[in-house]
Design a protein around this ligand. Structure first.
Ligand code: WTA
Length: 650
């Protein structure tokens, strides 16, 4: 991955950027040496109802992990994203929406309209009995109403839990149950690339699967007009709910540490966990990073192509840009529909200044040569960004050349659902770029690299990536399970937050994220726990045992490679492979569909019965020469069988 080419700060950004080299250095130093005064100063970018007196109260010690920022201050996130901009920007577009079908009308929602829509829905939710602290589940297409719903919850102090529309009814049910939601907001159908996803039917099924929760109301947006079953006692059309409401709704006064939202993410073990983000610190962090990393100026049209079902959609489609009074693009479709020129046409149509996307999207376009940009002007672009997985230098250069015409810097932003916002990234006016490197830490962020014994290493080296101190956007806990929070993030390296990623640091102090060092996969930028996929597989009658590992995949970054041992009497067939893939889709969702299924009579286990995944990973990656020590296996012969099986499967 190492690549020595350096792309210096461009003239455009050297002269005009919000943060230049000297400013970055001095602000970074101050943010580390005196975080309290640094963040007290930065927090002025938000409108507080009651000012805070204490900035930071944090302990990473494993016997007492707590993270609190601005604790006695109060504010409302929706008021910060909407109301405070009304005086200056009521007529400015807050959200621009581009539909899946190019021939359909787009929508432009001004700040005044956003205020009205959010207030009506907020009142509508109140009329259903939703109160401060209740969790509302959102299972929505990429339409403006998804953002309205998030902000309406924030306005009345309810906690939103957005579930990506690609998750199955089973996965949705687990999340509704975990949060105890009484209200679900959804749509008849979602559309992506001309295909339809039956959201409402999925919700119906999920609600019937719920064990803990009893859902009282399902609010249904008519998005496509597709047919849905309607349960008159429970279901209510979105427009009927908001139509009769007042367009005024006083924002609830929230404590900075009151929960803003829960978002589920995968870890290396167990079920997905509900990551808890709170109000003040999260909003400050998304707002400041959005402004400085993207060098954002109001008036510009900014486009982050993530779905609101993921953290990137939360932080950089909705909260960050709106907190800054920006104009944020929402695109319902996919980069390759109706053809690979779609992104270029959108950029030209709206004069997009900043385009922030995922390496997997770039790689899928790169495979098409010049076609994605052949008829595009793209001269409105000033900055490009990537997120979600390491970007290979080849894809970086293609993006830089074809979309950026060699003129636009690329900010390769490293962060996680847990971090709330960007932590390691170039600032375009301050940091020279190296393709494939997320470069330097943002203000207040103290990365370190650890050796296996838990010692911090200095200088150019590589190791486990940790963060030594808190930043305002950090997750606060796992919903309902603080102990799991402590064990997952604070027990590997005492006194540090462990990211689960490995990284390299070069002589210039640049960070290069090498990927997960735990059993988490990153498939097209989507996080997935190997344990989740395994438990979906073994819930099928034909499967006795399953082991899941990542394998290199040209477009997706990582593919899902599955080793399956069948139950007695079952025999391998293409039919069964298809059925197992279908089964995983049903249990988790299409994003978890296995790429390769290899039948295995036995798995490599130690004498104590532990599966040696290292060996399975190597075999899946064709790296038979570097299997390492296999002498501790209970049955070393199984390795040869697996290599043979791999040649057949792959
Ligand atoms: C990976 C997405 C390399 C990383 C915001 C992390 C990256 C996981 C980058 C979090 C990047 C994210 N370079 N790797 N720029 N950005 N990752 O929670 O492994 O969906 O731990 O958050 O994605 O994924 P998540």
């Amino acid at each position: 991955m190492s690549d020595e080419a350096v792309y210096p700060v461009t003239d455009h950004f050297r002269n005009k950027a919000l943060i230049d080299k000297e400013t970055y250095e001095s602000m970074y130093q101050r943010s580390i040496q005196d975080p309290e005064s640094f963040w007290a100063e930065q927090a002025k970018r938000l409108d507080w109802m009651k000012p805070f007196s204490r900035v930071k109260d944090v302990s990473f010690a494993s016997n007492d992990v707590h993270i609190r920022w601005f604790e006695d201050g109060t504010l409302n996130a929706a008021a910060n994203c909407i109301d405070r901009h009304l005086e200056e920007r009521s007529g400015q577009p807050a959200i621009i929406w581009e539909p899946d079908e190019e021939s359909e009308d787009n929508r432009v929602i001004t700040y005044a309209e956003l205020h009205e829509e959010v207030s009506r829905l907020a009142n509508g939710l109140k009329s259903l009995g939703v109160k401060k602290g209740d969790i509302v589940t959102l299972y929505m297409p990429m339409v403006p109403e998804a953002a309205y719903a998030m902000l309406a919850c924030a306005r009345i102090g309810a906690i939103h839990s957005v579930v990506f529309g690609g998750f199955s009814p089973e996965a949705l049910a687990g999340r509704i149950d975990d949060g105890g939601s009484k209200v679900v907001i959804t749509a008849d159908e979602a559309r992506r690339g001309g295909k339809r996803v039956p959201l409402k039917a999925n919700v119906d099924e999920a609600v019937s699967l719920c064990k803990e929760s009893s859902v009282d109301n399902v609010v249904v947006l008519k998005a496509t007009g597709g047919n849905v079953d309607f349960n008159g006692n429970r279901d209510i059309w979105y427009r009927d709910l908001v139509g009769k409401q007042s367009d005024q709704c006083e924002p609830e006064e929230m404590g900075a540490e009151d929960t803003l939202f829960v978002l589920y993410t995968s870890g290396s073990t167990g079920k997905p966990k509900g990551v808890v983000h709170t109000t003040g610190g999260y909003l400050l962090h998304t707002s400041i990073t959005h402004e400085y990393v993207f060098d954002y100026r109001p008036g510009e049209v900014y486009w982050c192509s993530a779905d609101v079902g993921w953290i990137t959609g939360h932080s950089y489609v909705v909260y960050g840009p709106l907190a800054n009074g920006g104009t944020t693009m929402m695109f319902e479709g996919v980069p390759t529909y109706p053809d690979v020129g779609r992104l270029g046409r959108i950029i030209d149509k709206y004069k997009i200044a900043t385009f922030y996307t995922a390496p997997t999207a770039i790689r899928s376009l790169m495979a098409e040569g010049d076609a994605p940009v052949a008829n595009a002007d793209l001269s409105s672009l000033k900055l490009l960004g990537t997120v979600g997985e390491p970007i290979n230098p080849e894809a970086w250069r293609w993006f830089h050349q074809k979309f950026g015409k060699g003129q636009c810097p690329i900010v390769d932003t490293w962060w996680q659902t847990e971090t709330g916002g960007i932590l390691i990234s170039p600032l375009p006016g301050a940091i020279d770029l190296k393709p494939g490197s997320a470069t330097k830490p943002f203000f207040g962020v103290q990365p370190a690299l650890m050796d296996p014994e838990g010692n911090e290493m200095e200088g150019a080296t590589s190791g486990g990536l940790v963060l030594k101190d808190s930043w305002p956007g950090q997750m606060r806990t796992i919903l309902g399970n603080h102990q799991r929070f402590v064990e997952t993030y604070f027990s590997t390296y005492e006194g540090c937050y462990f990211t689960g990623d490995g990284a390299k640091r070069d002589e210039d102090g640049y960070y290069w994220i090498t990927g997960r060092v735990d059993d988490v996969l990153n498939v097209s930028g989507h996080r997935m726990g190997t344990a989740e996929v395994e438990s979906a597989l073994v819930s099928h009658d034909a499967v006795a045992e399953a082991a899941v590992v990542g394998c290199p995949h040209e477009i997706k970054g990582q593919g899902i490679y599955v080793y399956v041992t069948l139950t007695h009497g079952q025999s391998p067939s293409d039919e069964l492979a298809k059925e197992l893939k279908q089964h995983v889709r049903k249990e988790i969702g299409p994003i978890a569909t296995p790429d390769v299924i290899q039948w295995a009579d036995g798995l490599p286990k130690t004498r104590s019965g532990k599966i040696m995944r290292r060996i399975l990973r190597k075999i899946a990656a064709d790296e038979f020469d570097s299997l390492g020590d296999t002498s501790t296996l209970a049955d070393p012969n199984v390795v040869d069988d697996l290599i043979e099986g791999h040649r057949v499967a792959a």
